[in-house]
Design a protein around this ligand. Structure first.
Ligand code: PRX
Length: 636
């Protein structure tokens, strides 16, 4: 089991919401609504779905005839864009700001729903003129600029699916994802700004394209203006295309089936090959908007800031789709939280009057290190709610976030969920009494339990595997091109019961509060980013001097976990400091800088089971100086 970083002392302390918070909460009685949602989930979801715009109403809420390939809102016709943009144009929200964007150098752009619609429609027309068809997957590889959002929305509008690849990934990682999705069109940018430097995205994209024969068209947004290589017939500048008559602002939103593909998003699993989780128009539209509305108590006056990169699921669900469906004004920022100074984020909160802020424990811990004086220089009084996501938040960081950033008046929504779940699964609502470090209770319609090896529920306080009973609308429908892997990864362990295996360990305390501890599979969470040990290992083995490698996660004060690797070198190669650095670099360039191991250790052999599986827990115990545990399956 993963190492717990939850202090037992945190369990007893309850933080109750203030009267003001309760008074304006969209949901006042969690227990009552929760009980109703569990008594009849289909009725609950049908009622929620009625708040969305459908071209045609569904005939069946849930079709479980091909379990676990569940279908939601069968027969319904919808498009997420019809809900995220079109319907707002008919109301006063047409002139409400949809996006307030700030670049790292300090440049600012704002866009109303009207303006966003024009940009999205124009780019949708461009994509159509490039022959992009309904169902085709367009790969997007961009920095955090408004055009990233525009590109995603434009794809959805014409019924194409998007696959956003995080802008911090290497050309290798990008090429593998393009190949899996068989994308014909890539949308990228010349670069972006990060810590005062330019990230040279177009060069990385070019290297990936050289390995990706499927790419016929690459559209590049000019962000930094530095010299980049463009090829005739393949490369087009975004601004050139958007100035041509093909960029018509009149573009109909495509009518989609509820179950039609909206996007795929690659995430790490237990093998080296990332899996493309598939999300659909109907269920995802409903789930992201309902969770955003109830968990973050969203109001028209709010200034919502989700600090996640759209390259990850948090960005998809709560930077882009959930907020736009709810007609919110979102804030988006391009760069690093501490550039040029550690007050950059707090400056943003003050400048834009941000009311709700959603970020990761890593970011909070990272900024906490610089001390209270940085946030104290700013008026953060507009904040009314805070959010945390991506990894367990330790009570110390929780309290700092609560006291110093939230001024002791903003409840923290510690939301547990996954790329696979589409949206929040275990989370407080603003009215929930909070315990620092606990994601508290399940969202409406969700039943979460903790079980032992025999699939029996464990006693309160005992650690076990986190399981979700039954389907929910926001769930991923499959893994792109690999339905068998979808079944074996998530559903096979509890086949007879129809339960979903989350891959996390957790415990539930006597008050029914859920404490998520961490991954129990070969997935590592570093700074909230999700990586697979197998990905890191195959990157290492691709180095000519490496024979074999094992990667493990070691608890880290700021990053949550850091990566440590054990490497067997090829015969006649000797380890050295230089080689350690070379291997770190190599992993960074194969996957992306986030995957760079903190520590490289050269070894003669690796602990393995008789069937040849690396026993990572033995390596971890050794690295941390803890008990090794049962060694009966160890080969030698
Ligand atoms: O281990 C859990 C952790 O992040 C994993 C999912 O990662 P990913 O698909 O990248 O999605 C992250 C953003 C939703 C989970 O299996 N995790 C996520 N949120 C929390 C968390 N662990 C503890 N507390 C959370 N609030």
């Amino acid at each position: 089991m993963a190492q717990s970083n939850i202090e037992e002392t945190g369990i007893k302390t309850l933080y109750h919401p203030s009267k003001e918070v309760v008074k304006q909460a969209n949901i006042k009685d969690y227990e009552k609504v929760y009980a109703e949602s569990i008594a009849d989930p289909e009725a609950f979801w049908a009622k929620e779905a009625k708040q969305l715009k459908w071209y045609k109403k569904w005939s069946k809420v849930l079709d479980d005839s091909e379990e676990p390939f569940y279908k939601w809102f069968v027969g319904g016709k919808i498009n997420i864009i019809h809900n995220a943009i079109d319907r707002h144009l008919l109301t006063w929200r047409r002139n409400k700001l949809a996006i307030i964007w700030e670049g790292e150098p300090g440049d600012v752009r704002t866009m109303s729903y009207h303006a966003l619609n024009r940009e999205v429609s124009k780019f949708a027309s461009v994509l159509k003129s490039m022959g992009v068809k309904k169902g085709e997957i367009v790969t997007i590889y961009m920095p955090q600029i408004p055009e990233l959002v525009i590109a995603m929305l434009a794809c959805a509008k014409i019924g194409a699916a998007h696959s956003v690849v995080y802008g911090g990934f290497s050309h290798e990682a990008l090429a593998t994802r393009i190949e899996d999705a068989q994308s014909r069109v890539l949308v990228t940018a010349d670069g972006g700004y990060r810590r005062g430097k330019i990230t040279d995205l177009k060069s990385i994209a070019n290297e990936a394209i050289n390995r990706s024969p499927t790419i016929e068209v690459c559209i590049t947004v000019k962000r930094t203006g530095h010299e980049v290589h463009m090829e005739n017939d393949r490369d087009f500048w975004y601004h050139d295309l958007m100035n041509l008559p093909i960029a018509s602002p009149n573009c109909e939103t495509e009518v989609m089936d509820s179950e039609d593909l909206l996007f795929i998003l690659y995430t790490s699993g237990t093998t080296g090959k990332p899996k493309g989780l598939m999300h659909t128009h109907g269920g995802y539209t409903l789930y992201t908007s309902a969770t955003h509305k109830y968990v973050f108590d969203i109001k028209d006056e709010d200034r919502w800031w989700c600090a996640a990169d759209p390259g990850w699921i948090t960005g998809h669900s709560y930077l882009v789709y959930g907020p736009l469906i709810n007609g919110s004004t979102m804030v988006m920022y391009e760069g690093a939280p501490n550039h040029p100074y550690p007050n950059r984020w707090w400056q943003m909160v003050e400048k834009y009057g941000i009311t709700i802020m959603y970020t990761s424990p890593t970011a909070i811990r990272g900024l906490m290190r610089f001390g209270d004086q940085w946030p104290k220089r700013h008026d953060l009084s507009t904040l009314r709610l805070l959010g945390s996501v991506g990894e367990p938040i330790n009570p110390e960081a929780w309290r700092w976030y609560y006291e110093v950033i939230g001024g002791g008046k903003c409840p923290i929504m510690d939301t547990w969920w996954q790329t696979e779940t589409g949206g929040h699964m275990i989370t407080p609502l603003p009215v929930t009494a909070l315990k620092p470090g606990s994601a508290t209770k399940p969202f409406f319609g969700i039943e979460a339990i903790v079980v032992n090896e025999n699939a029996e529920e464990v006693k309160p306080g005992e650690e076990g595997k986190l399981v979700i009973k039954g389907p929910w609308p926001g769930m991923a429908r499959s893994i792109y091109g690999d339905p068998d892997r979808y079944v074996s990864t998530y559903w096979e362990d509890y086949k007879d019961k129809g339960w979903y295996k989350a891959g996390d360990s957790a415990r539930i305390d006597e008050d029914g509060y859920i404490w998520v501890i961490g991954r129990i599979d070969d997935v590592i969470k570093v700074s909230g980013y999700r990586l697979g040990t197998a990905e890191v290992e195959s990157a290492l083995v691709s180095h000519p001097k490496v024979a074999e490698a094992a990667a493990i996660a070691i608890p880290h004060e700021v990053k949550g976990n850091s990566i440590q690797v054990f490497v067997i070198l090829k015969a006649n190669v000797t380890g050295s400091k230089e080689l350690e650095e070379e291997l770190r670099e190599h992993v960074g360039s194969e996957i992306g800088p986030i995957a760079r191991p903190d520590k490289v250790t050269f070894v003669e052999s690796l602990p393995k089971t008789r069937s040849g599986k690396i026993m990572r827990r033995v390596l971890k115990a050794k690295a941390m100086g803890t008990e090794v545990g049962d060694l009966s399956t160890l080969e030698e």
